[in-house]
Design a protein around this ligand. Structure first.
Ligand code: CMC
Length: 433
């Protein structure tokens, strides 16, 4: 037997197994506490809770490490494509050339969308947020594509490729319809990322011309977002999936979780914050001051992370992508100057140093998307497309876990003790007296 931790509660004592992960992460298995001691554990925000055992992604928040299936994200960003990385996350190993070709052609084949789905897009109110539209449409896939295959493996493969391919079409379609433009479908001669840019930006008067710098930047953006272990949206996908709902619905729930400004909505919030600073003359100091004021709910968006207590490794890469892209396109974005100024001021301020608040992936990613011509309200959608392989891999792992169970946390009840039901006439009398 391995080592144990001893827990004494009241007059009872229990030995709890210690679990050591591949990278020497230490955990205490508390799964038997409730049954044997009659106690539950309380951990608001789950900062001390390991919700599962996983072989997909490793993060070290102190050292700023991120690896997918053991491979450093820096190496993937440099050498891989989003499709290859998606294959790696979902299947556990890098594909051979034949496997990658087969996977890519399946993605092209499944990129079409049932024409009736376009009617839905046309009927969302004009100001609808693209994340709300995307989560509704992903959930609707189950109605439009009820056939999920015969075997379990076929079911998983078909749903996975449909999702990866159609989500990209859905995002571009939503943009085209919002502009009153004709919807474009993917071209078999283009890669996944290039096809997305084609579906977004080609018009009858200005056909899409591939720009390799844009395609590389988009590949890196999506690779960096592809997985991040048990974050809020991924935990949502696992939790909803544990009720045995179909994959489309579990992903739709994940999209809703990602939408929040503390999570995937932060990339949009960062650009809005930088625009406000710009409109106010470009001085970052009042915003840094506000972020430190505990009576002001304002936070520096794109700063801080639950796990990273150092520079987010994704932020380092995306910052250099942003610099490279603007140099290649010979464009100047005043918001980049403001972002760099903000970073310099914040990182030399004792508040940010003491709280370990460093730029996260969202701080520079919006600037990359802006350079690609993506509208600001679509930034969280871009995050969602990138996170899809991670959600799928984590959902699959959850479904295949021999220890799987319905995810159902407990609570400490602090409400009133049992009391009598009061008929409404009596309530009226009580309030009147
Ligand atoms: N600006 C100012 N103060 C901050 C910030 C910030 N960006 N982030 C955290 N703090 C302070 C916070 O006020 C709190 O102070 P105190 O303990 O005195 O009340 C302390 O740091 C801890 O904050 P927390 O919210 O309890 O800690 P957390 O680990 O749950 O926070 C976070 C993580 C990402 C929610 C938070 O840092 C934040 O709100 N950042 C801004 C939003 C953002 O950029 N989100 C994107 C995250 S990266 C993309 C992704 O993977 O989702």
């Amino acid at each position: 037997m391995g080592s144990c931790a001893t827990l004494i509660a009241g007059d009872k004592k229990i030995e709890l197994p210690i679990i050591i992960g591949t990278e020497n992460e230490k955990a205490i298995d508390i799964s038997k506490i409730c049954k044997e001691l009659g106690y539950i554990t309380v951990d608001p925000g789950f900062a001390n809770t390991g919700s599962c055992k996983s072989a997909i992604t490793f993060m070290d928040g102190e050292k700023g490490i991120l690896r997918y299936r053991g491979i450093p994200v820096e190496q993937l960003a440099e050498n891989s494509t989003f499709v290859e990385t998606a294959y790696l996350l979902i299947n556990g190993t890098l594909p051979t050339e034949t496997e990658l070709k087969a996977f890519s052609s399946l993605l092209t084949e499944h990129s079409l969308l049932h024409e009736d789905m376009q009617i839905f897009y046309q009927n969302f109110p004009e100001r609808s947020h693209p994340m709300g539209i995307l989560s509704s449409m992903v959930n609707a896939l189950n109605s439009f594509y009820p056939y999920l295959g015969e075997s379990r493996e076929e079911r998983i493969n078909i749903t996975v490729t449909r999702l990866l391919s159609k989500v990209r079409t859905m995002a571009a379609m939503s943009y085209k319809i919002s502009r009153g433009h004709k919807v474009e479908y993917s071209r078999p001669d283009l890669t996944y990322c290039s096809n997305f840019l084609h579906m977004m930006f080609t018009t009858p008067v200005r056909p899409y011309v591939e720009n390799p710098d844009f395609v590389k930047a988009l590949n890196v953006f999506w690779i960096l977002h592809a997985d991040h272990e048990q974050n809020c949206s991924t935990s949502t996908v696992r939790l909803v999936g544990s009720a045995k709902v179909n994959l489309y619905s579990a992903i739709s729930a994940g999209i809703c979780a990602l939408w929040g400004p503390l999570h995937g909505g932060a990339n949009q919030a960062v650009i809005e914050m930088l625009e406000t600073i710009n409109k106010n003359g470009g001085d970052v100091t009042p915003f840094v001051k506000r972020a430190k004021d505990k009576d002001d709910p304002f936070r520096l968006m794109g700063f801080g992370h639950r796990v990273y207590k150092t520079y987010d490794p994704r932020a380092k890469i995306i910052k250099s992508v942003c610099d490279r892209l603007l140099t290649a396109t010979k464009k100047h974005d005043p918001l980049l100057d403001i972002a760099k100024k903000l970073e310099d001021v914040a990182l030399s301020d004792p508040y940010f140093i003491d709280y370990n608040l460093y730029p996260n992936v969202d701080f520079y990613s919006g600037l990359v998307l802006r350079s690609l011509g993506i509208p600001t309200n679509m930034f969280p959608v871009m995050f969602a497309i990138g996170r899809l392989p991670g959600w799928i891999a984590q959902w699959k792992e959850g479904q295949e876990d021999p220890e799987r169970a319905l995810i159902r946390p407990c609570q400490i009840y602090l409400g009133p003790k049992q009391r009598r039901y009061v008929p409404i006439e009596e309530m009226d009398r009580q309030v009147a007296s």
